[in-house]
Design a protein around this ligand. Structure first.
Ligand SMILES: *[C@@H]1O[C@H](CO)[C@@H](O)[C@H](O)[C@H]1NC(C)=O
Ligand SMILES: *[C@@H]1O[C@H](CO)[C@@H](O)[C@H](O)[C@H]1NC(C)=O
Ligand SMILES: *[C@@H]1O[C@H](CO)[C@@H](O)[C@H](O)[C@H]1NC(C)=O
Length: 885
């Protein structure tokens, strides 16, 4: 073999390797050791090198011409024996196998090959042959296969062993427990599986054990308390179940404990109280429960305390202020309630405070000012009320502030502009009011400042971040103005009032009012804006009732003019049947001249429908109210009946029903006064082109559906059938709360038959329950459930109940039903929601919509059941999200 090779043209190095191999393979040990330059160490290293890729030429100094390898890069020798004792090649970008040749280095004590690209298996003879090895670090390579059981047959010298960050699989060998000198063991970030055996706790010298980020499972075995010297225990990111070891507190020197991201249950063991040296306690993402121990404040060396994403309940113990060294406190996503303890002012080193996603109430304590090192403050998704404390400005290092989804009120303190390092702030979904402080423009690092869904008003600041702000930072603040929100500040803030004086403008109809200064201030610009923007709204009108100045002089005119108490309620203007009576249900009575007809002139009209025409007027105090002029008087009941029915409807109050505030009656026409909603109807929100830019989020849609269900359930409980549920009859207030309008009006009209109901009132295409077509079937409240089902599909899909395509008609309900059958129901969800909805909610929601829209009335659930179902859908999907986190 040899002679054959020598015939080929070989380099010097090749020859050397071949010669070496020849010696290794065929010569007895004595021969080689006597031959000095080719001592075993050199031989082993050269052969080792020959099997490697060395792209950075890091091993160029490894030259066979040297008489000894002791000066080679990464090699150290013991001066007394001149044998290689240490081989440290960390980060040399070497790749290849860790071959047998290294086993020639009989006197090796330290072998560190970390941060290379070694592949293949770990040789099971490594430690047996190199029985002097004290340190073995093969971390951050690409080693694979199992850790061989035989590896630890002879490992008594071993102090440090790390195979971290490789691709090792299989179980942790039981034989490991014989390496009783081990002080540090790190197998983290591999794919090790199986259970942890209790032999691990025989390693009495162990100071640091890191098995995190593997696939280990089962319970953590008893006995960890035997490791008196243990300082660091990391078992995080595995699949451990059961409890945290009860006696872990016996390891009194423990400084770092990481059990995070496992499946651990039960409470935090009492014994941890003794671990006063502890600096890190990470129990995040488990199923731990019970309260946060009151003694936690005694672990006064803690720097990081992370109990997030568990099931802890109870309140935050005030002793937490004792953690003077605390840098990170994360209690987010638990069931913690109560208020934030004022003792946080003691936490001078704290730079991350995350209490988000709990049920915390109370207000943000002004003692927050003590936490002067804070970089990140996360309190979102709680029930915090009160104001944002001005003192927050003292946390001058703050970079990130999240207070979203709380009930904060008051204005945004100008002092926030003192937080010069602020980069990110989310104040969305609160009840903040007032204007945005102009000084915010001084925050030069600001890249996100979200105040969506509050009650802010006035002009958006100009300058700094606000020059590049997009509408999605300020959504849901209808009173904010500025070019970004497409809302000119002049129009909304200083409506140009005009005085409608009946004396001059409406002189053709004489009334007793002529001698009184009766001024009605209306804003024409508002009329035009609203009139143009609102499409077919059936349900709500606004009227101005302004009479206040003339009340005193009413009596001499001979009419019961002005406001009065209860007695005047029954008065009817018999002297002039044309002159009607305006009644506010809160007790005030206002007479109206015939000019009411002029007030309800076309410019104010905002909609038309089965029950009549809808108008809108502004009151002098700039409030809007809405008025509906009922259809044909011939259908109308007597005044008495009418008033009785209206009073009844006025008593129906629910947060999801439009409030009826008053009425007007005369023999020729009748009016009903309602509260007015500036955002308009659900129909407008879903289908109006102008609204396209505005995000109608999944959360908001869910809220709207649930609200409609609650409103309807309440109506049905009061024995009122709506008959005419559709998206133009549902209004959305600024908090996304839906308000059902136009209910109960059927009772104001005399005898109606199915014919009238279906042709005049139930006119809305697509919402009409099939039983309306069948004269023999009794119409029950189940016709509303049908309409509700269609509404659900409309809200989820963003499509009209019936859409006319070029040469096709698409009936929403049929389309969704067949998508469900084809298992493609997700395609029905509004494309604007793609990526932003929760399928755990959306799919059951669609199914619910279809059940409600069943052809047979008896197959449709009651609205009360629907409310329960919706709440269950919401809960279970929230539960799932919790588990995912
Ligand atoms: C390691 O080696 C593999 C296979 O040879 C190669 O794909 C990979 O890029 C290498 N990684 C590094 C960090 O050198
Ligand atoms: C904010 O800064 C201004 C001027 O720099 C200072 O007068 C004011 O006291 C500061 N406010 C707070 C709460 O620190
Ligand atoms: C602001 O917050 C709202 C509500 O949470 C959210 O919908 C919107 O996307 C946020 N905007 C930005 C730019 O992050």
């Amino acid at each position: 073999m040899l002679s054959y090779i020598i015939h080929i043209n070989l380099t010097m190095q090749d020859k050397f390797i071949i010669f070496s191999l020849f010696l290794v393979l065929f010569c007895p040990f004595q021969v080689i050791s006597l031959y000095q330059p080719f001592n075993e160490d050199m031989l082993g290293l050269i052969v080792f090198k020959s099997g490697l890729e060395d792209p950075k030429n890091k091993l160029s100094s490894w030259n066979e011409d040297d008489y000894s390898p002791c000066n080679w890069e990464g090699v150290k020798c013991d001066p007394s024996t001149n044998r290689v004792s240490s081989l440290v090649l960390d980060g040399f970008s070497l790749s290849g196998h860790i071959g047998k040749s290294l086993m020639k280095l009989q006197f090796l004590q330290i072998l560190s090959l970390s941060r290379n690209n070694f592949t293949g298996k770990i040789n099971h003879d490594l430690l047996v042959t190199l029985w002097n090895l004290k340190v073995v670090d093969l971390s951050e390579n690409s080693l694979s296969g199992a850790i061989p059981d035989e590896l630890f047959r002879q490992c008594w010298s071993l102090r440090v062993l790390s195979f971290a960050k490789n691709n090792l699989s299989g179980k942790i060998p039981e034989s490991l427990s014989s390496c009783y000198s081990l002080a540090s063991l790190n197998f983290s970030s591999n794919q090790l599986n199986g259970e942890l055996h209790s032999g691990m706790w025989f390693l009495k010298e162990l100071q640091s054990l890191d098995l995190s980020n593997n696939f280990l499972k089962g319970e953590i075995p008893e006995g960890v308390q035997n490791l008196y010297d243990l300082r660091e225990l990391r078992l995080g990111r595995n699949f451990f179940t059961g409890r945290i070891p009860e006696n872990i507190g016996n390891c009194l020197l423990l400084k770092m404990i990481d059990f995070g991201d496992n499946l651990l249950t039960d409470e935090i063991p009492e014994s941890i109280q003794r671990l006063t040296s502890c600096t890190l306690l990470n129990l995040q993402v488990n199923f731990l429960n019970g309260s946060i121990p009151h003694w936690i404040g005694e672990l006064n060396n803690l720097e990081i305390l992370d109990l997030s994403s568990n099931r802890f309940s109870g309140s935050i113990p005030s002793g937490i202020g004792g953690l003077r060294s605390l840098q990170v406190l994360n209690l987010s996503t638990n069931n913690i309630f109560g208020s934030i303890p004022v003792s946080i002012k003691e936490l001078k080193s704290l730079y991350v405070l995350d209490l988000s996603d709990n049920k915390l109430n109370g207000s943000i304590p002004l003692e927050i000012e003590g936490a002067i090192s804070l970089l990140e403050l996360k309190l979102q998704r709680n029930l915090l009320g009160g104001r944002i404390p001005v003192q927050i400005a003292k946390c001058s290092a703050l970079k990130s502030l999240n207070l979203a989804h709380n009930n904060l009120i008051g204005s945004i303190p100008t002092s926030i502009a003192n937080l010069t390092n602020l980069q990110y702030a989310d104040l969305s979904w609160n009840k903040l009011s007032g204007t945005l402080p102009k000084k915010l423009t001084n925050l030069t690092h600001l890249s996100s400042f979200n105040v969506s869904y509050n009650h802010l008003q006035g002009e958006l600041p100009i300058g700094g971040f606000f020059n590049t702000i997009t509408p999605s930072f300020v959504h849901g603040n209808p009173l904010l103005c500025g070019s970004v929100v497409n809302h000119s500040c002049d129009r909304s803030y200083h409506p140009k009032p005009i005085v409608l004086n009946p004396n001059s403008n409406y002189s053709n109809s004489r009334t007793s009012l002529q001698n009184h200064h009766h001024k009605i201030m209306l804003s024409i610009s508002v009329f035009i804006a609203i009139g143009a923007a609102v499409s077919i709204v059936v349900g709500v009108v606004a009227v101005t009732i302004l009479n206040i100045h003339v009340r005193a002089s009413v009596s001499h005119s001979g009419y019961p003019f002005g406001l009065s108490g209860g007695e005047d309620n029954s008065f009817s203007p018999e002297k002039d049947p044309k002159c009607g009576k305006f009644v506010m249900l809160n007790g005030d009575i206002v007479e109206f001249p015939n000019e009411v007809n002029n007030l309800l002139k076309e410019g104010n009209e905002i909609g038309r429908g089965g029950f009549g025409v809808v108008y809108c007027v502004v009151l002098r105090d700039q409030n809007f109210i809405a008025i509906k002029k009922l259809i044909g008087s011939s259908l109308t009941k007597s005044q008495e009946d009418f008033e009785r029915e209206v009073q009844k409807l006025g008593n129906i109050k629910h947060q999801n029903l439009v409030a009826l505030e008053g009425y007007y009656w005369n023999s020729s026409f009748q009016l009903i006064i309602y509260e007015y909603f500036s955002r308009g109807s659900l129909h407008k929100l879903l289908h109006d082109d102008d609204q396209r830019k505005i995000v109608f989020s999944w959360r908001a849609r869910f809220k709207v559906i649930l609200g409609i269900a609650k409103g309807l359930a309440y109506l049905h409980q009061m024995n009122i059938i709506h008959y005419n549920l559709k998206s133009t009859n549902v209004f959305i207030d600024t908090r996304d709360e839906p308000k059902i309008g136009d209910f109960g009006l059927v009772n104001l009209l005399p005898i109606l038959d199915h014919c009238v109901l279906s042709s005049k009132i139930q006119s809305a295409l697509g919402y009409t329950a099939p039983e309306f077509a069948c004269r023999t079937v009794n119409i029950t409240e189940k016709c509303d459930v049908y309409g509700f089902g269609i509404l659900v599909l409309e809200i989820v899909s963003g499509k009209r109940p019936v859409e006319y395509m070029e040469d096709d008609v698409v009936v929403l309900c049929d389309m969704v039903r067949s998508s469900l059958e084809d298992e493609k129901v997700e395609q029905c969800i509004d494309e604007k929601l793609v990526g932003y909805f929760s399928p755990e909610e959306a799919i059951p929601m669609i199914k619910l919509g279809l059940v409600c829209a069943s052809q047979v009335p008896s197959s449709r659930p009651d609205m009360a059941d629907v409310v329960n179902i919706l709440e269950t859908i919401q809960c279970s999907s929230e539960g799932q999200q919790e588990e995912i986190q």
